[in-house]
Design a protein around this ligand. Structure first.
Ligand SMILES: [Mg+2]
Length: 358
């Protein structure tokens, strides 16, 4: 489990960093920039090689929220995990340059953003943050009104919900609950069903992979949960297209692009599933997931979360790990999650200062 969870988070960050420079570039432009084989290694972006983007930043805040809510429930007997997620994303918003008194929202009276993750200064950097996430979190800062599936905040199906959802896999072994929380976490900022249902699907798939299930089985399990929800057709059709295309051998940029651009929820997930299904190691999956004309960092991140859980930390290329920004923070947070969700969760003051009540 340790290797799979660390692997999922690290590979997600590697995929994010591999696609960081070419988020908005066509495959022709990528080949011009990186050579005929496209991206084969980190391309410097945001001041260096191996720099992550908003996808990984927000994924880390998702994981921190789950640890905090779980610790709070152990300590006080109850917790509102969706509120913890909202507050974690408000802290992320603060790292993007929004003053804390405008970011925190009316339900919080914290003078400063608390907990451990926010103390890492490297997170205070704008890496082309998604405008929908940014705008809706700013709106929450003003109104304190939480977006839900029943009361959608907008009609966006951007991939900003799914790209940050992998850690939701840890929340429960009840797959309906994992799906629901995945979808609810995305509905905070994305109101279209294809903005939040992919997130539920993705969380279930990652849950199954973390428990050693094969990918095809994990996708089938998630699809079975998906179709219980209204307006699932766009995502279920996109997943079916990925499964069908996967029968035609190894991935190419052209085949991958036939599934979409990855900038919306349903194709960010289906393209990532397709690449994970048609490769046999983490390296080739990560490279295939960023070599296309669409939203390369997000498909890299989502696909990375999948293949890292499948193959584990030790399967990841050492030269990528060594240059990966925030590697120690990612590993530290993964290990804290395993401690919190494990049989001997810490109960000391230091732990509860690191993961305080929301
Ligand atoms: Mg990004």
């Amino acid at each position: 489990m340790r290797s799979r969870l660390r692997g999922s988070l690290l590979a997600g960050a590697i995929g994010d960093a591999l696609g960081a420079k070419t988020e908005f570039d066509s495959i022709d432009r990528i080949r011009e920039l990186a050579g005929p084989d496209g991206i084969t290694d980190f391309i410097p972006a945001y001041g260096g090689a191996g720099r992550i983007t908003d996808d990984t930043q927000m994924t880390l805040f998702t994981l921190e929220a789950l640890i905090r809510a779980h610790a709070q429930r152990r300590r006080t007997g109850s917790a509102d995990v969706v509120h913890s997620l909202q507050m974690a994303y408000q802290r992320w918003l603060h790292t993007q340059g929004v003053a804390w008194d405008r970011a925190r929202g009316p339900r919080s009276d914290a003078e400063v953003p608390d907990g451990r993750l926010i103390t890492h200064q490297e997170l205070f950097s704008r890496r082309a943050p998604g405008l929908t996430c940014f705008g809706e979190l700013e709106a929450y800062g003003r109104s304190g009104v939480r977006g839900t599936m029943e009361r959608p905040v907008n009609n966006s199906k951007g991939c900003g919900g799914v790209m940050r959802a992998a850690p939701i896999a840890l929340w429960s072994d009840d797959l309906a609950e994992v799906f629901r929380l995945g979808a609810e976490s995305a509905a905070l900022t994305h109101g279209h069903p294809s903005g939040y249902l992919p997130s539920g699907c993705f969380a279930v798939i990652v849950h199954e992979l973390l428990h050693g299930k094969p990918l095809l089985e994990a996708v089938a399990t998630a699809r079975a949960e998906l179709v219980k929800h209204p307006a699932h057709e766009e995502q279920s059709t996109a997943l079916d297209a990925a499964l069908e295309l996967a029968e035609q051998g190894p991935p190419t940029p052209e085949k991958l692009e036939s599934l979409g651009q990855g900038n919306v929820g349903e194709t960010a997930l289906s393209m990532s599933v397709y690449v994970a299904l048609t490769t046999t190691d983490a390296d080739s999956a990560l490279l295939a997931s960023v070599n296309h004309s669409g939203d390369s960092d997000s498909t890299g991140s989502v696909c990375g979360n999948l293949v890292g859980a499948m193959y584990g930390e030790d399967a990841l290329r050492k030269s990528w790990l060594d240059r990966l920004e925030l590697r120690d923070v990612i590993v530290g947070l993964a290990d804290d999650a395993l401690a919190e969700f494990g049989p001997d969760a810490p109960g000391d003051d230091r732990w509860f200062a690191r993961y305080p009540v929301d």
